[in-house]
Design a protein around this ligand. Structure first.
Ligand SMILES: [Zn+2]
Length: 99
């Protein structure tokens, strides 16, 4: 029991089985950790508990990525909309000053 407490292991890539640059301890706990493989350049979400690694299925990971992208995109649209409102306000002010 004491032996594995001080044990460290390299996280292995679930795609190609290669060693990644991330190490885990016996007491390392990870949840939805984006594990990046330097060999196949793939990022996989993993859960780690007591040196037991489980991988989150691809479709779920893709959904999370898509959600992030769409929220970023809507933030961009809000920014553009606000900028347009500001420009419109400035133009209206200028027109008011000339007349
Ligand atoms: Zn890999």
């Amino acid at each position: 029991m004491e032996k594995w407490m001080s044990k460290t292991e390299w996280l292995l890539c679930p795609v190609c089985g290669n060693k990644t640059r991330d190490k885990i301890w016996a007491d390392t706990e990870l949840r939805n950790f984006p594990l990046f493989c330097p060999k196949c350049k793939q990022e996989t979400l993993v859960n780690v508990k007591q040196l037991h690694i489980s991988f989150i299925k691809e479709p779920d990971a893709k959904t999370i990525i898509c959600e992030n992208q769409s929220s970023r995109l809507s933030a961009l649209f809000v920014f553009i909309y606000k900028s347009l409102l500001l420009i419109k306000a400035l133009v209206t002010q200028k027109e008011a000053a000339f007349s």
